[in-house]
Ligand binder design. Structure first.
Ligand code: ACO
Length: 331
């Protein structure tokens, strides 16, 4: 008889760079106001990486905290998965660079590209490797330095993003553990990939003087179309896992969604009919850190003892691809 293993989140950590850019600072860069940004997005400030910081540097800091909180040693890790769309290089993967920084080698390390849904995708992959018995402790990170691929002349995008890293250790649960991943759901709609895209720098449109001049290496986004898709796709992903587990929304202790826009978070909460006090929000401090928003919010909520051992948490995200997904976890 094959043994059934379960996966759980055993540790979390986060890191944001020191430099803070407020809405008032942005007023000096583009034609915008603190009032517009706050009312349209819920954001007040965001953190910016310094010139010499790359994604692996942020990921390293967050990872040390996650490893410490999981009460394991770095050498106990047997896989690293980094979710990012702004890694150190196009290749090699940021996961391999992080492995070196942690003084480790030998085991698999790779990146996952799913935009803001990246950490949810990566956590889901880690869950499979734990459940099939191949790995015991997997370091799963969402890290982004989108401010280095931002067009600072485009007020429609440059006010939205911040830099940061959220790290988690996903481990094999002991038999008596109540903490575990309960279920997950992933989806993608590639027909809409052009709504959110970095047009140049890849094999479709390699870097030239012209592509740089036209700012084609920066984030292009049709925010309005994505907004509508975001609420619908996250709602679907949440509904599927709730129904499959015969759970009603009242059984959920906390909802953590991707922090892209306060109005999206509130619209989803309303559609799911979840009590607004159960919705974790930190967008005002960090803005949209893409794949890092969910593990960062999870870490803050666990460290502040808002989320406690045994709580059931529903996580949902959406992003470039267009990708979406949900995770149902007992902490
Ligand atoms: N300051 C002032 N005015 C602005 C700004 C700004 N920073 N940005 C846009 N405007 C103006 C527009 O020009 C427009 O003016 P007009 O009516 O005169 O044409 C007006 O505000 C309304 O613009 P909209 O784009 O319709 O504004 P909207 O309410 O949709 O908010 C936003 C824009 C915040 C981008 C919203 O659409 C959104 O959050 N979309 C989802 C973004 C997202 O979640 N992306 C996915 C994740 S990112 C990732 O995966 C990497």
């Amino acid at each position: 008889m094959s043994i059934k293993y379960y996966a759980k989140i055993s540790g979390t950590g986060m890191y944001v760079p020191d430099k803070v850019l407020t809405n008032f600072d942005l007023e000096k860069i583009v034609d915008t106001t603190d009032e517009w940004i706050k009312t349209r997005t819920g954001m007040s400030e965001r953190h910016l990486a310094s010139e010499d910081q790359a994604a692996s540097d942020l990921a390293y800091e967050a990872s040390l905290k996650a490893i410490e909180s999981a009460r394991i040693r770095a050498k106990d890790i047997d896989m690293i998965i980094v979710a990012t769309i702004s890694g150190d290089y196009a290749f090699p993967s940021t996961a391999c660079i992080l492995q070196q920084k942690l003084g480790l080698k030998g085991f698999p390390a790779f990146d996952v590209s799913a935009g803001c849904t990246g950490w949810v995708y990566a956590a889901n992959i880690a869950k499979q490797f734990i459940e099939n018995g191949i790995a015991k402790h997997i370091l799963v990170i969402g890290v982004e330095i989108l401010t280095k691929i931002t067009n600072w002349k485009d007020r429609g995008t440059c006010v939205l993003f911040g830099d940061g890293a959220g790290a988690t250790v996903i481990s094999r649960a002991k038999e008596r553990d109540i903490s575990r991943f309960i279920d997950s759901e992933l989806a993608a709609d590639g027909t809409q990939h052009e709504l959110l895209i970095q047009k140049a720098g890849g094999s479709r449109l390699p870097a030239t003087k012209e592509t740089v001049k036209e700012n084609l290496h920066t984030v292009y986004m049709e925010g309005n179309k994505i907004f509508k898709n975001a609420v619908r796709s996250m709602y679907n992903a949440c509904e599927i896992v709730l129904k499959r587990n015969q759970l009603d929304v009242h059984s959920i202790d906390w909802l953590i969604t991707h922090q892209a826009n306060l109005r999206i978070i509130q619209a989803l909460g309303k559609k799911l009919k979840i009590n607004e006090n159960k919705v974790i929000i930190n967008i005002e401090k960090y803005a949209n850190t893409s794949s890092a928003t969910i593990p960062m919010a999870l870490d803050e909520a666990i460290r502040s003892k808002k989320i406690r051992h045994g709580d059931i948490v529903l996580l949902a995200s959406f992003g470039a691809g267009l990708t979406s997904g949900s995770l149902l976890i007992r902490i």
